[in-house]
Design a protein around this ligand. Sequence first.
Ligand code: ADP
Ligand code: MG
Length: 696
Amino acid sequence: MPHPNPKEVYGSLVFNEHVMKERLPAATYKSLKATLQKGQPLDIELANVVASFMRDWAIEKGATHYTHWFQSLTGITSEKHDSFISPMKDGTAIMEFSGRELVRGESDASSFPSGGLRATAEARGYTTWDPTSYAFVKDGTLCIPTAFCSWTGEALDEKTPLLRSMKAVSDQACRILKLFGKDIAHVDVTVGLEQEYFLIKKEHYEQREDLILTGRTLFGAAPAKGQELEEHYFGALRPEVSAFMHELDEELWKLGVAAKTKHNEVAPAQHELAPLFDRCNVAVDHNLLTMEFMRRLAPKHGLVCLLHEKPFEGVNGSGKHNNWSLSAPGMNLLDPGDTPMDNLQFLIFFAAVIRAVDEYQDLLRMCIASAGNEHRLGGNEAPPAIVSVFVGDDLAAILDAIASDSEYVAPEAAKIDLGVDVLPKFAKDTTDRNRTSPFAFTGNKFEFRMPGSSANMSDPNTVLNTAVAKELKGYADELEQAEDFDTAVIALVKRTIRDHKRVIFNGNGYSKEWEEEAARRGLGSTPAASDALEAMIAPKNLELFRMMGVLSETEARSRYEVKLENYAKVRHIEAGTMMEMTRRQLVPAACAYMTGLANGIAAKKAACPGISCKAEEKALRQLTNYTDAMSDAADRLEAQVEAAEAMTDALAEAKAYHDQVLPAMQALRAAADAAEGICGRDYWPLPSYSAMLFYV
Ligand code: ADP
Ligand code: MG
């Protein structure tokens, strides 16, 4: 079947600028745009007009329902569908959708996690349209991207703080630009998200309760072949994978998601999709849609998409790179530019990010902490649980020269007097080919590489935006008072680099030496997600969120509770799944094989007294040992889970799951994987790693 012309399908299911301009009465379009630009709420008259045109458009696209599409605190998108149908007295019906329904929805949200924020008596919350992210039609439903709050005004979702943080960084960046003589009303955060994922055969997936219930394999002996040949990276696509990717691209294009590149990744059966960057909240919404469509479309091609951070032990896990920058009309604020003044402006924004990453490294580590991502960080495939910034050797030399007041000797030995002259051109991303830095400057943007593949990216961007906003605020406060602006900027950049040099690291982030060096530099390392989460409520971080108007202390604490609970719940489900599989599948399988062996030995001996049964007896003894070990390990795991469940403090419980339950799970897995290694293939009930990863 020929593929449709991308130009024709692109955005065809989106109520975008083009559609608004074409469909809305000119006056309505104008006032809608003006309201959006000022970031003000829509008045009801305007909303009524917009809603009626939106409804007609959506019905043409096959919609019968509408939903306020929001991101609950667990990170996933939630939707409750209402039909447009409104019955009339004469037995017919009309299709209705009012302005009130467009801008505000009510939701009984008592079942969504709120970290104790919402007492049941006031369980209802309300959703409000985020008009900066276009409405779209998905599956016969008009989806209106919304934020979700409690009646007392507290954010109950991931989007509200993200929007607040974007405003905070925009306000502060505008103050800085003003000092450079640029009167700009709004600065955008731009984000491009590279998404990694695995595709395996549906028939394998369906045979594994661990994949079905937890998204990752809790058992599985290492295959003889892993990713060592590196033949998969950028390799030719399997036909069904290629068909899946084509359909995915098309569906995403219809929704206005600019899916751009796709390729095989390093691990067998691993792939990546990257769209073009967009405004931060839109990029996050689009990434959520991308993950949803990956999951949804794969089964049509006989495949299942795994978005877990570490579906398979022993091969790379999946992450999500967050490319981040700031943009004002016609300028990328992290582009060094060509003139001395451009360079100064660049240095200010660049320095603010360096300082933000150093001062809030614990928060950056916190915001990507999850039960899934814990298996990946530091696993020789992903950055360690230490936050540092890569700037490349050339830029590092320039920064060094600035900080030490010395002359910079460019590679071609041209001397440059910094501060008054143009910054020397530095090569982009020269030495970061190994991709080992958690936070890399890549020429005109920063790339945060710690987030896990399944993460909702609202949280990491909220933290990043807020921390940078706070540093820009400090700079603006200082520079607005400066007598000589240029001198003050240079002094400020110098000071920042001197004070925060420790966070800059250009070497191999995966190495043991870096861990030691980072400890000497006083950089934090928190491999356990349960430990990393504590940063959410550190006084300096609560103050940051409060001061920048992003999260109140109550909101921050409620998020902390939800994160801790989520960690414990995920481990609880994993442990329960392991016990169930061990007792009902693995031990019975091993026993069946052992019975076969024992019967075989008896039969052989009866037929030929004195015959050698060495191989069978050896296997029987070994498998008996491993099976006993499995059974005992399952009992020990059960005891650890009970102890963890008995805890009443959320932090203590999360820590117990990390410190006690996780090692018990690993012990059980070790016994089971050893048993798999000698149990007859026809008896073992789970598809093996080699079958799942090297399917043809
Ligand atoms: P990589 O070498 O890591 O594959 P690319 O240069 O292909 O990186 O870009 C990765 C992502 O960065 C893409 O989504 C791209 O659109 C995005 N990107 C490029 N410029 C910017 C920017 N100024 N702000 C945010 N994201 C950007
Ligand atoms: Mg990248």
